[in-house]
Design a protein around this ligand. Sequence first.
Ligand code: ADP
Length: 387
Amino acid sequence: MTYMLVLAVVLLIVGAVLILLKRESANANHAASDSPDQTQSPENFEVSSLLEATLAGMREGLLVVDKDMRVVASNPAAHKLFNPSVPALQSQRLTELTRNPAIYSAFLDGLKGIERSGVKVETHGPERQIFDLRVVPIGNVNGNGAKGALGVFFDITRTERLEHVRQEFLSNVSHELRTPLTAIIAFVETLETGAMEDPESSQRFLSIIRKNASRMHGLIDDILELTAIEGGNVQLRAAPVPLHSLVQDVCASLAAKAAASNVTLKNNVAAEVTVQADARRLEQMLTNLVDNGIKFSRENGTVVISHESGTRDHILVHDNGDGIPAQHLERLFERFYRVDRARSRDMGGTGLGLAIVKHLALLHGGEVTVTSELGKGSTFTIHLPKA
Ligand code: ADP
């Protein structure tokens, strides 16, 4: 649909370029005959200013070459794409602008009267960009080929990046689902082939099946949650939240898990503190962080939740666990990123918890950060804007 629209604009521009080329040659003829009348009619002025505005306003790079492969027209987007240090692209040879063989051969085909589309062009400057190039011949194609060729560079960097992220996400999801599913199938088969007769093993196998099924369930829940947040389908209801009692609720819901690992939970938030947040979502974020604190804590460890006030509200979740090696900190909030994949899986982790926390914090207009020291523990901080 977009392509059709852009193609329509391109055809309009081709028409306009042809009008300009015609006018230029008419002007040249006038000049040759020393005609005193060099002024433009009001209609012509309208066409050229319209054309100029269209070219300047287009996000697509536009380049027109004559049959000697010299640039005869271009717009600012093309200029930015090729060589921003050169004052103008006009009258440069295409080979001086780029060594990219894909671009050159597409324009060469254009000059031969062959339309080319879907030519993928990548730039390798400081900012990697990907373009979809379409080249059309200009003018009637006769035995000598076309009069010129017009190329439109559609910027598809964002689309390509999104596609890459989507594919990576899908392959991660498939992989994460396949692991518990394989275990479930294997243990069901073992039960079917006789283990069911032995009550002790069948009990053990059933509990492994249950654990893996719960993991799949948790993973699907987290994926749906993350998709809803990222898709903008989660509406926040921010209001003043009494932080002490919210943290109390979080600790209560995780008390059994903490006790099972001999971890002490400490609510160090003063009774009068309120923060501006969506209570349910803040509880979700803190549950994730405290849960991680328990999971990655040492035996007899402590997880402390505290609050600091500055230009923003800072809610800190500190544990005295093993800590996280510095090289992992930058990527920790990415989906499925885990320092120790096997350990995370073993503890029923999905690798999506911190990504959910990150997105919820962003949705609040805030952020989440982490500091950690190996052997001493980690501190995750949610920073929230004040009301
Ligand atoms: P999950 O806990 O399900 O594996 P998360 O997204 O919550 O996924 O966390 C990602 C990874 O970050 C964990 O697998 C773990 O390696 C690391 N991590 C998170 N919290 C802590 C913590 N408090 N201490 C040490 N490592 C942590």
